[in-house]
Design a protein around this ligand. Structure first.
Ligand code: MF3
Ligand code: CO
Ligand code: CO
Length: 255
């Protein structure tokens, strides 16, 4: 495994990339409402990223991906392709933004409620958010990757939800997906030891039913096998000398 440690110069660029990514989420949030199509949200983000942020939407043409963002609605786990689908009252949608700024990537996603979702959907969104923040809380030099996965898994399962195994977090930098793989399940005191300068995402996908997934014939869209709801949040995190810095966190926002 080759885990590139970022230099202070690179960290500065990753902060800028992280900031660009959260700015897109802040911009698009108020536009998520019943009647808007996921394709319209994609167009809007694409224009904002290229025209306002002078950045590049990393998903576009990545391994053949056709659009600039991912929009994953209800039982879609991840990598939902924006299109004609109109959001309706009660939907929950993950919007996943990755931008390239000055050669470095920033990757973050949030859940949005469309109108008023059912109580179960609200609880799934909250618990999956807590899973992410608990995982982030485990990041510190000397901690191990398994500590992160363990915290996420225990919180999900004690709430009777399941952790998707088929997709994981990832190192990030010049490349969209670098080593290491960051599993959202695991055992404490296992896996690689974290060192200052490592940057990776934590992006747990939590299902209301079983953890199994299925890939749709479009070869991108991942759905829950049992069609249960799925929810995901993502941040890009730097290991610092004394803990962590969340590179995609708007200033003033607490985790
Ligand atoms: N942003 C996703 C992640 O968190 C990856 C999307 S890949 C794409 O890793 F091609 F679907 F955009
Ligand atoms: Co990611
Ligand atoms: Co992402």
């Amino acid at each position: 495994m080759n885990i590139p440690l970022k230099t202070p110069r690179e960290v500065e660029k990753m902060r800028a990339a992280g900031e660009a990514a959260w700015r897109v989420l802040e911009m698009i949030g108020p536009k998520v409402h019943p009647g808007v199509t996921t394709g319209e949200l994609d167009d809007c983000c694409h224009r904002f990223i290229t025209e306002q942020l002078n950045a590049v939407p990393a998903p576009l043409h990545y391994k053949g991906y056709p659009r600039s963002i991912c929009t994953s609605v209800n039982h879609v786990v991840c990598h939902g392709i924006p299109g004609q689908r109109k959001l309706k009252n009660g939907d929950i949608v993950n919007i996943d933004i990755t931008v390239i700024k000055d050669d470095y990537h920033g990757d973050t996603s949030r859940m949005f409620a469309v109108g008023r979702p059912p109580v179960l959907a609200e609880r799934l969104m909250r618990v999956s958010y807590e899973c992410m923040t608990r995982g982030i809380g485990a990041v510190a030099p000397g901690a191990r990757l398994g500590d992160i996965g363990h915290r996420i898994q225990s919180h999900a399962e004690r709430n009777d939800f399941s952790v998707v195994r088929d997709y994981c977090g990832h190192g990030i930098g010049r490349e969209f997906h670098e080593d290491p793989q960051v599993l959202h399940y695991g055992r404490p005191d296992t896996g690689i030891v974290l060192e200052p300068g490592m940057v990776f995402t934590i992006e747990p996908m939590i299902n209301a039913g079983g953890c199994e997934t299925r890939l749709l014939p479009d070869s991108w869209t991942v759905v829950t096998r049992d069609h249960s709801l799925s929810s995901q949040w993502e941040h890009t995190v730097l290991v610092t000398e004394d803990g962590r810095e969340v590179l995609t966190l708007p200033p003033g926002e607490a985790l």
